[in-house]
Write a protein that binds this ligand. Structure first.
Ligand code: NAG
Ligand code: NAG
Ligand code: NAG
Ligand code: NAG
Ligand code: NAG
Length: 822
């Protein structure tokens, strides 16, 4: 035992301290990426030629704008030269189109100098950016709805360009093929893109369907060493995510989905005739905010109609308000330039305030299931049938013949090599560990264990083991020690099934033990259990839907990383995002189990986002003059809050399989209803100046900060934050009474009389003034919403305002309120 507190073998304290100081010194000098915003108008909002009309597009190739752009770039370089030590930094990009600023790779101490430099309005550390359907068009009722009104799927989305900031695109995919027999005739002269060729992406990849493709890599290259054998410096998608997202929004119609020789149906984008503009900013190795915002800057300047952000920072900003993060500022200016911006709400549900979409100027998409499912069955020798998951063909004999059932743990080779611990062996990760004679031709049970729990084990390894040893099939069962797991239907190239529930695992275990004979030492010596795996690739359309997915991030929205709630409804809208079929990139560098495939069935708010993007394009095609705010309003006020059974939409809870009655913090205004959204009757809109008033009205905000960051002047404050003219009313703290104002505009072609009614939230009395009104086309009407607390509540309560028109328009405005005191 050591005396005097000395630990044998330890270094003296002084040495440790020196080491620590050396470490800290090195650490402090480690470079990072910083996003810097500057005072002064960017090119798109340059006032050289008088005040700019909102949404008006400028020509980035005109001499006056080129000169202004050069002036901005020079000013960035000059600022860096005069402020930072030479050799201490590397400028990555100048942002000049919709935001004036730059990204720089430098040390924290140098970045700190920039904070105090003249003209600098915001310095934010780059915290990185993450990646966050054959059947969905039918579920949304598009074929008989908008598509037919827009000339069928061959014309839906014609003339519109959807931009995607993502992992790039697979240009060889049939979803993005150009059909020479059906040339584009529409005028997209408002869009000016370019085709950046590179590895795996010849210039011919921009084929007319893909109208433009660029890549942004300065951030990624500064962050780490890219491996060019898959971090391609071209718009080529090595991941699959970008291709999936693009095809969901704008993929060609009727593309057959075939995996492992099985035909699953046909895939189509929401707006199959829309053109695709690719902005690759996320690489397999890394994604940076620097590359993402550069891509947003360029996409807006190129003139995309819709910007799809199935990516973004997945944490709130560290030292600024959520609404004033660099990412949100870029979205604000994209919106100001007339672009409809949709972003993923996040995949961190189902806890409260998990959304990563914050700002009222971007639409945040939540994810739901559809009524399609791919049930799969395991049939035991005693006739019991157990439901499971897996896009797998049946065991030989179409599931009617039965095969020996063997638990992998019971098939471990005597004296075999154990590359890792026993847990990995029972997870069927190593062919070397199993006795080939026992498992060949058998249905082998693998157990979800440590390796899957900590992410070291893979389904790919099970499939490899199954192939190497000739399993008839595999069953991956839940483990009581780890509880139920979440299983997604992945394509298996050998028969296989996942049994994600412990209760069902126990039925299998009981049958297996009854049928397995063991010697005194517990060694299994005779296996008389039998099983077969049924067909798992056939879809059924019987489920209750939509249901808000467990992973989909929830509101309420919040103001900064303390997560204090704020008076904006988030998420905004619910769209399909669970088990969505769409295009894939066979390289699939991040998901080996999907490598070699051209389609993938994926889930995430990343998948909901392009549904909203495509539908926005359809709405814009139908109503070319509509602003992004009108499109967003139309989507919200026509969204449905009931499911296919006519019951309130449910949401998945913490416990796997559990459901609860969902609220506006789960689904926003409701499930998107495109056929109603093209003709909403009334809209509630807000513009750039309104967003400035909103920002100026935030608590503890300095008007100078708002002015510096946005260029907007705090002349007009809102009475209350909830007075921003959103198609929803959200009040995070209602004390006593509050009068909220809204203004509606008739965008229908006829005069219409609306009757106002209220479904009051619990604990609140709501009265509307006027109780009814008649409104002419293009006319506007003020609406006063008086809310009086009748009973304080512990938590938010929810209700809605319903304006019912004489021409059958129904406008629904959701109310979410926390009544604090009477
Ligand atoms: C397309 O539209 C632009 C502007 O609206 C117009 O100047 C141009 O001539 C049109 N091009 C074609 C081919 O119709
Ligand atoms: C890059 O990736 C390839 C393929 O995975 C690998 O063989 C190679 O070692 C990697 N190179 C570096 C420098 O990591
Ligand atoms: C396993 O190893 C032990 C000790 O080396 C040996 O006695 C035994 O015969 C081996 N068994 C088999 C089946 O190879
Ligand atoms: C499993 O993963 C954990 C963390 O993900 C890692 O620390 C550990 O070394 C891995 N274990 C094995 C046996 O590979
Ligand atoms: C709500 O409160 C306001 C202000 O105190 C009051 O004027 C109004 O009559 C109240 N409304 C109802 C319906 O009680």
């Amino acid at each position: 035992m050591a005396a005097n507190g000395d630990v044998p073998g330890s270094l003296p304290c002084a040495v440790l301290l020196l080491l620590l100081m050396a470490f800290m010194a090195c650490h402090a000098e480690e470079r990072g990426m910083y996003l810097v915003l500057m005072e002064g108008d960017p090119v798109a909002f340059h006032r050289g030629s008088g005040p700019l009309e909102e949404g008006k597009r400028v020509d980035p190739n005109s001499e006056v704008y080129k000169a202004h752009a050069k002036h901005l770039v020079d000013s960035h370089d000059q600022l860096l030269q005069t402020t930072l030590d030479s050799g201490s930094y590397n400028k990555l990009y100048s942002f000049k189109h919709i935001v004036n600023g730059f990204s720089v790779h430098t040390t924290p101490s140098q970045a700190n100098k920039l904070k105090h430099a003249p003209g600098v309005t915001l310095v934010e550390r780059d915290r990185g950016a993450k990646l966050m359907t054959t059947y969905t068009p039918q579920f949304l009722g598009l074929p008989e709805g908008i598509w037919s009104q827009e000339g069928g799927d061959a014309n839906a989305g014609e003339g519109l360009v959807i931009g995607f900031v993502d992992t790039g695109i697979n240009p060889l995919h049939p979803s993005f093929a150009y059909d020479p027999t059906n040339p584009y005739t529409s005028n997209t002269s408002h869009f000016k893109g370019t085709c950046e060729a590179g590895p795996g992406f010849p210039a011919s990849s921009c084929n007319g369907k893909i109208v433009s493709a660029r890549f942004f890599s300065a951030g990624a290259q500064a962050a780490t060493n890219l491996n060019t054998s898959y971090d391609f410096l071209s718009p080529l998608d090595a991941v699959g995510h970008g291709s999936h997202v693009a095809s969901t929004a704008a993929g060609n119609p009727g593309v057959p989905v075939v995996l492992n020789g099985f035909f699953y149906g046909r895939a189509s984008g929401m707006a199959p005739r829309a053109r695709i503009a690719v902005y690759k900013a996320i690489y397999p190795t890394v994604g940076t905010l620097t590359d993402v915002v550069s891509a947003m800057d360029q996409a807006t300047m190129d003139g995309v109609d819709v910007l799809t952000l199935s990516i973004g920072p997945d944490t709130p900003p560290e030292d600024t308000m959520t609404f004033l993060s660099v990412f949100d500022i870029f979205m604000l200016f994209a919106r100001r330039a007339g672009v409809f911006v949709v972003q993923a709400a996040g995949n961190q549900g189902p806890g409260p305030s998990t959304v990563v979409s914050f700002s009222p100027w971007a639409v945040g998409a939540a994810a739901s299931s559809t009524d399609r499912s791919y049930p799969s069955t395991l049939v035991l020798g005693n006739g019991q049938r157990i439901g499971g998951v897996g896009l797998s063909g049946p065991t030989l004999g179409n599931g009617l013949l039965q095969y020996k059932l063997v638990l992998a743990k019971d098939a471990v080779k005597v004296n075999g090599t154990f590359p890792r611990t026993a847990q990995y062996v029972e997870e069927c990760q190593f062919a070397e560990a199993l006795d080939p004679l026992l498992v060949q031709g058998s249905v082998v049970i693998c157990i979800f264990s440590t390796g899957f729990f900590n992410g070291n084990s893979t389904l790919t390894a099970i499939i490899d083991t199954a192939r190497a040893l000739g399993f008839m099939g595999f069953v991956l069962v839940a483990n009581p020690n780890y509880g139920d797991f979440i299983a997604e239907p992945l394509p298996f190239s050998v028969p296989g099934i996942l049994i994600p529930r412990v209760a069902e695992t126990q039925i299998i275990a009981q049958y297996y033990e009854q049928q397995t004979y063991r010697d005194q030492t517990g060694l299994a010596v005779r296996f008389s259990g039998r099983a077969a795996i049924g067909e798992g690739r056939i879809s059924f359309f019987t489920g209750r839907a939509p249901i808000v997915s467990r992973f989909s991030s929830r509101g309420p929205d919040f103001i900064d990383k303390s997560r204090k709630p704020v008076d904006v409804l988030k998420p905004d809208i619910l769209a399909p995002g669970h088990q969505v079929w769409a295009a894939w990139s066979p390289i699939s560098i991040l998901d080996p189990i999907l490598s070699g495939y051209s389609f993938a069935l994926l889930s995430g708010t990343s998948m909901a986002t392009p549904h909203v993007a495509g539908i926005a394009a359809l709405i814009k095609q139908y109503n070319p003059s509509w602003t992004p705010s009108m499109i967003a309003s139309a989507m919200s006020t026509t969204a449905t809050i009931v499911d296919n059974l006519g019951e309130p939409i449910m949401a998945e809870g913490y416990d796997i399989g559990s459901l609860y009655l969902s609220t506006h913090f789960d689904f926003g205004a409701g499930f998107i209803s495109p056929n109603h959204a093209i003709d909403p009757g009334l809209v509630l809109t807000s513009g750039f100046e309104d967003y400035i008033s909103f920002l100026c009205s935030l608590p503890n905000v300095n008007p100078a900060t708002i002015r510096a960051i946005t260029g907007g002047v705090c002349t007009q404050l809102l009475n209350h934050l909830s007075d921003l003219n959103l198609p929803s009313v959200t009040i995070s703290e209602l004390r006593g009474t509050l009068l909220v104002r809204r203004n509606v505009k008739n965008i229908g072609s006829k005069q219409e009389t609306y009757l106002c009614s209220v479904i009051p939230p619990k604990g609140v009395m709501v009265s509307l003034n006027p109780p009814s009104f008649t409104i002419v086309p293009q006319g506007t009407q003020d609406l006063e919403i008086q809310l009086n607390v009748t009973q304080a509540m512990e938590d938010y309560s929810f209700g809605g305002i319903i304006l019912t028109g004489s021409l059958n328009h129904i406008v629904r405005i959701p109310i979410s309120v926390l009544p604090v005191s009477v």
